[in-house]
Ligand binder design. Structure first.
Ligand SMILES: NC(=O)C1=CN([C@@H]2O[C@H](COP(=O)(O)OP(=O)(O)OC[C@H]3O[C@@H](n4cnc5c(N)ncnc54)[C@H](OP(=O)(O)O)[C@@H]3O)[C@@H](O)[C@H]2O)C=CC1
Ligand SMILES: N[C@@H](CC=O)C(=O)O
Length: 446
């Protein structure tokens, strides 16, 4: 190791939750970073919207600017870290940084997913690195894991909890009886939520992350624009209570799998999951991902999925990787899997004529149409209701089994439906229920 450290100057775009975490970690771990890389890393300029705002970290006022282009064009800056979020001005600033010969690290899953590989390819063509470990799974080193250690495997499926905010909200609603709004407020205060939390709770954030992983893992193209998506805003405490009585919990799950015809089916939706499933034990802000591949079988990863320090960890790991290996591995040039919007053969989970049989949990206002539909299409319908049978004014809670995918689509468009989510357990779900509610089983009509 050289006696004189090489000074590496960082231009930091954004000083919110993650930006402050980066500044703190670079300070607290300056010595280990120097020991491993021989570099003295310094944040020399930082982009913010409001330089006079109170910050979680103390910064020299002169280093703060509202002029992002001045940072990314500054010849004294070696590496740019983008943690402002959103598409613009992030995309322009990253492209401009690359154009000026700087490596870039970004935590921006929305941009990485929607950009569909264009910036990454541009970086690699110019001998630069654009790294984005923090864009998926917070502190879990999942991006590098998939990119580096699963190249000889054929990956079939990715399934997991990819949003810390939603997992935190569902945990607080289930364990502490908090309302959705209270739990979301806490998640925001803890720095887990996106600037616009609709991205979290409507499932967009999970879709971005799933798409990034799918593009790295599968040998067939997939697009974020084709993900079948539902968030957690329709869930009520009663659904979590019912889940709990069934020996289940509800989690927001992102799943991508390669179908037999070689296309990719991707979905984001809340799912009722048995407590015996390892994902059921993933609480609070934690994320977990299971990857299934042909040679290795199942691999699972778990860790904090959001928050200033776990996310900063992913960013500073990208940083040390660049300091040690500044040359891109070139994989994207030879094997560019990401496709433009509209290309590729993805299909959504409920978007086909597929006769594949599925099972799920339903909350609905009873109606003849709904009942006829369920009984007409599913092999088995079990109703948990506060009153015997189904009356028009009741809200009913059902489990259905053996329902073809195409029948869900029609059901989901009907007014009486309040919530329909997949049930990931082994049928029948009711055998261990402390049935406070009256239970009826409706036989499939001949
Ligand atoms: N929070 C988390 O746990 C995680 C976040 N991420 C990603 O990291 C990125 C940042 O997230 P987070 O730190 O939570 O976001 P924050 O909203 O906390 O911080 C954003 C920062 O960017 C600055 N900024 C935003 N827009 C502009 C603009 N147009 N011009 C200049 N400055 C701007 C803000 O300035 P000012 O402070 O003056 O308003 C602020 O400092 C996002 O892409 C997010 O998805 C990824 C993983 C986890
Ligand atoms: N808002 C995101 C932050 C990390 O990616 C989340 O809650 O997971």
């Amino acid at each position: 190791m050289a006696d004189q450290p090489r000074v590496v100057r960082i231009g930091l775009l954004g000083l919110g939750t993650v930006g402050a975490g980066v500044v703190k970690s670079l300070k607290s771990n300056h010595q280990p970073i120097f020991e491993k890389t021989g570099c003295d890393v310094q944040v020399v300029r930082t982009l913010v919207r409001d330089p006079d705002k109170e910050r979680a970290v103390r910064m020299d006022r002169d280093t703060l600017t509202t002029d992002g282009l001045a940072i990314v064009r500054d010849p004294a800056i070696d590496i740019v870290i983008e943690v402002i979020g959103g598409i613009e001005p992030a995309r322009t600033l990253i492209r401009e940084a690359l154009r000026h010969g700087k490596h870039v690290i970004s935590a921006n899953k929305e941009l990485i997913a929607k950009d569909e590989g264009v910036l990454i390819e541009y970086a690699e063509k110019n001998g630069l690195r654009l790294m984005y470990e923090a864009s998926v799974g917070g502190g879990i080193p999942i991006v590098r894991m998939v990119e580096t250690y699963l190249t000889a495997n054929r990956v079939h499926a990715i399934r997991g909890i990819l949003n810390g905010t939603c997992n935190y909200i569902l945990t607080r609603m289930e364990e502490d009886g908090q309302s959705f709004a209270e739990a979301l407020r806490d998640a925001q205060a803890l720095g887990y939520a996106e600037a616009d939390p609709e991205s979290d709770v409507e499932g967009f954030d999970t879709a971005y992350k799933l798409s990034i992983l799918a593009n790295l893992a599968f040998s067939v193209p997939s697009s974020v624009f084709k993900i079948d998506r539902m968030g957690i805003t329709k869930l009520q405490r009663v659904d979590l209570d019912i889940a709990s009585r069934m020996g289940c919990t509800i989690k927001l799950i992102g799943e991508a799998r390669v179908s037999e015809d070689g296309t990719v089916a991707q979905s984001v939706s809340p799912r009722m999951i048995p407590r015996t499933d390892s994902l059921a034990t993933v609480r609070d802000v934690f994320n977990a991902v299971t990857i299934t591949a042909d040679v290795v079988g199942e691999l699972s990863f778990m860790g904090r999925g959001a928050g200033e320090l776990p996310t900063a960890s992913a960013i500073i790991e990208d940083l040390t990787e660049i300091l040690r290996n500044p040359t891109p591995n070139g994989r994207r040039d030879q094997d560019r899997r990401i496709v433009k919007q509209g290309e590729g053969g993805d299909h959504a989970l409920y978007d086909t004529d597929s006769p594949r049989l599925t099972q799920g949990y339903i909350r609905m206002t009873a109606s003849d149409w709904m009942l006829d539909h369920l009984v007409g299409h599913a092999q088995d319908v079990r109703v948990l209701s506060n009153t015997v049978g189904i009356a028009r004014t009741d809200v009913s809670y059902c489990f259905v089994r053996g329902m073809p995918e195409c029948a869900w689509k029609e059901l989901m468009a009907h007014d009486s439906l309040q919530l329909a989510i997949p049930y990931d357990g082994v049928w029948p779900p009711l055998n261990s229920v402390a049935v406070e509610q009256k239970e009826a089983q409706i036989q499939r009509r001949a």
